[in-house]
Write a protein that binds this ligand. Structure first.
Ligand SMILES: Cc1cc2nc3c(=O)[nH]c(=O)nc-3n(C[C@H](O)[C@H](O)[C@H](O)COP(=O)(O)O)c2cc1C
Length: 327
């Protein structure tokens, strides 16, 4: 998820049981121009694998070049974005608009599949307009072009994130192609995951927004462990996330980036609403940490344990950070 799936988010997802994590979408044009911030998206830590890096763009050759860079960076899978509904992306002919240009979409997939040896997957929406069934026409063609797997988020691009995901389309897509289908959209609990798997025949489910500030939902889904985290655990996970994000993005970018995460971690009735808004007003991350520890002093000990459990071998993470400086 753009603006969410930073490395700290992905590593946390893996710790809580995600079988595969995915990067934010990465601009192939940005990679082509060796844009420093875009290159930063290719930082991969040793404990993220298996990891997909998602690329977006509209030119087959540039996408193929981006895919080669993604593979060289160590990704286990290259994912192609045919789902982004945001104007900034669709007006360049990338993202969900490619569903209405299947010829080009297929040329992109085959150029990418031919240029790397890791599997290539595609993430798509149902189509551009409400009620569209375009994904069922385009999906099989993408597989023929070389997609090893398809992830379907069965909302239209027009819907953005409103309404609900219509997984009856996921079931239809499963019937049409011989590759694994991943179901994305509104997977918020173990029972929801089980229902979608059972009714669609999908090979896997993808969890998006439900994991924002809530890695425990992954544990619930994967291990059937519905234990609610304690206040100390919540604060410790948030603080670890903050520290890793500062390391990844630099203090300045992290300070604004993290604000939405305070609400996500501390919401869900876990802490008073006023506390969340108080945190977003604090000027520095050190101030936020201090305030969090006043609210849950026992979190310091949990945090120490979490940090001790992180792998010592972080070479893949350290090297590029020293090059790009974290921003
Ligand atoms: C903030 C945000 C950013 C997203 N960015 C991406 C993205 O970069 N690539 C992508 O394929 N999907 C992206 N998505 C869509 C999600 O992957 C997912 O398909 C969608 O949110 C539905 O799943 P959910 O109900 O589990 O969140 C994004 C969603 C959100 C909310």
């Amino acid at each position: 998820m753009a603006g969410v799936s930073v490395q700290a988010f992905r590593r946390q997802g893996r710790r809580y049981g995600a079988g595969l994590v995915c990067s934010e979408m990465v601009s192939c044009a940005g990679l082509h121009h060796r844009n420093e911030r875009t290159l930063g998206y290719l930082r991969i830590a040793s404990d993220e694998h298996p990891l997909a890096v998602q690329i977006f763009g509209s030119e087959p050759e540039t996408m193929a070049e981006a895919a080669r860079m993604v593979e060289a960076a160590g990704a286990d899978l290259v994912d192609i974005n045919f789902g982004c509904p945001v104007k900034k992306v669709t007006k360049t002919g990338a993202g969900a608009t490619l569903l209405d240009d299947p010829g080009r979409a297929c040329r992109i997939v085959s150029a990418v599949a031919e240029s790397v040896s890791v599997p290539v997957s595609v993430k798509m929406r149902r189509g551009l307009e409400d009620g569209s069934r375009t994904c069922l026409e385009v999906g099989p063609r993408l597989v023929e072009a070389g997609a090893a797997s398809l992830t379907l988020h069965p909302r239209s691009a027009k819907q953005m994130y409103t309404g609900s995901a219509d997984h009856s389309l996921t079931a239809e897509l499963v019937e049409l192609v011989g590759v694994p289908i991943v179901a994305s959209g509104d997977i918020t609990s173990r029972s929801r995951a089980q229902a979608v798997l059972a009714t669609t025949g999908a090979a896997a489910v993808m969890v998006g927004r439900a994991a924002q500030g809530n890695p425990w939902v992954l544990q619930e889904i994967v291990e059937d462990d519905p234990a609610e985290p304690t206040r100390e655990e919540i604060v410790a996970e948030l603080m670890l996330f903050m520290r890793e994000t500062v390391r990844e993005l630099g203090e300045q970018r992290a300070t604004s980036f993290l604000k939405k995460f305070y609400g996500w971690y501390l919401g869900r009735g876990r802490f008073p609403r006023q506390f969340k808004s108080e945190l977003t007003q604090l000027p520095t991350i050190a101030d936020v940490e201090e305030r969090l520890l006043v609210a849950a002093p026992g979190a310091a000990e949990v945090l120490e344990r979490l940090q001790d459990e992180l792998p010592a071998d972080e070479i893949e993470l350290e090297l590029p950070i020293s090059i790009y400086g974290g921003g």
